[in-house]
Design a protein around this ligand. Structure first.
Ligand code: NDP
Length: 255
């Protein structure tokens, strides 16, 4: 087989049991990376790992609840123990529990903060030294930290306050890290999807799910593979190119 752009590279993808994360794991494996997949549902991870292995790729399933700081750190360590290095981290795991401040619970707010923010920080903190090392020692002389943002990181809407908080915050975090790490040749980017057809809204209660579906009524949603394409584009550039931000809306999405 001809050389693939990510031959020799190792990628860790959080939230890889479904949706954008699963599509990204498959795609980066096609680009030649060995991939570590993290999420809670082991059966779903095993399925994706099996598919990747069947096409000749290298993948490992790491079942973990990333809201446990030890497990978040452990996911990074397990990846390095398994594959020996870490070149690409895709911070993708996230929940979107839409509801108004009046009707939601603080537990729902806490769930979003503990995954979309705290877990992302814990995984990132553990990964940064390995990414720096990978950039210094790899054939490509570059490493990537990709953060999955959202159009909700650019436009606030009713019912989305804390989800907006997590995604607006992600942008600031990523921009600061980008400036900190560029001298180390670790590229930090935000890939911000619009409406994608995944399980994201399945986690909502009935009323919130119906409201969310009404909001996107008439929009032809993106597919998870469309976002995986964007991520693959970002991480396969030569080291002189840094794609710091990509916004991918559904074709007929207004916000
Ligand atoms: P999915 O619900 O399909 O994927 C979410 C992933 O996160 C799953 O793999 C889930 O796996 C994992 N996850 C949830 N809780 C935890 C946890 N505690 N520990 C570890 N993993 C966890 O939705 P998407 O693919 O759509 O979402 C991926 C990202 O894309 C999110 O950050 C989301 O905010 C963002 N996004 C999505 C958009 C959309 O329209 N779909 C639009 C813009 C951004 P498991 O349950 O097995 O743990």
């Amino acid at each position: 087989m001809a050389d693939q752009p990510l031959d020799g590279a190792v990628a860790l993808i959080t939230g890889a049991s479904s949706g954008i994360g699963a599509a990204t794991a498959r795609r980066l494996a096609c680009e030649g990376a060995a991939v570590a997949l993290v999420a809670r549902r082991r059966d779903r991870l095993d399925q994706v790992v099996g598919d990747i292995a069947a096409t000749g790729g290298r993948a490992v399933a790491l079942a973990a609840d990333l809201t446990d700081p030890e497990r978040a750190r452990g996911a990074v360590q397990d990846t390095v123990d398994w594959f020996g290095r870490l070149d690409v981290l895709v911070n993708n795991a996230g929940v979107m529990l839409l509801n108004s401040a009046l009707h939601t619970t603080v537990e729902e707010w806490d769930r979003m903060i503990s995954l979309n923010v705290a877990a992302l920080l814990h995984v990132t903190h553990a990964a940064v030294p390995y990414l720096i090392d990978a950039a210094a020692t790899s054939r490509r002389q570059v490493a990537d930290l990709v953060n999955i943002g959202s159009t909700a990181g650019r436009a606030a809407r009713p019912g989305s306050s804390v989800y907006n908080l997590t995604k607006f915050g992600l942008n600031g975090f990523a921009e600061s890290l980008r400036q900190e790490l560029l001298g180390e040749r670790v590229r930090v980017s935000v890939v911000a999807p619009g409406t994608v057809d995944t399980e994201l809204v399945d986690h909502l209660g009935d009323a919130a799910r119906d409201a969310a579906r009404r909001q996107v009524d008439g929009i032809e949603p993106l597919r998870a593979e469309d976002i995986a394409d964007a991520i693959a584009y970002v991480v396969t550039r030569e080291r002189r190119v840094a794609v710091n931000e990509m916004l991918i809306r559904a074709g007929n999405q207004t916000w």
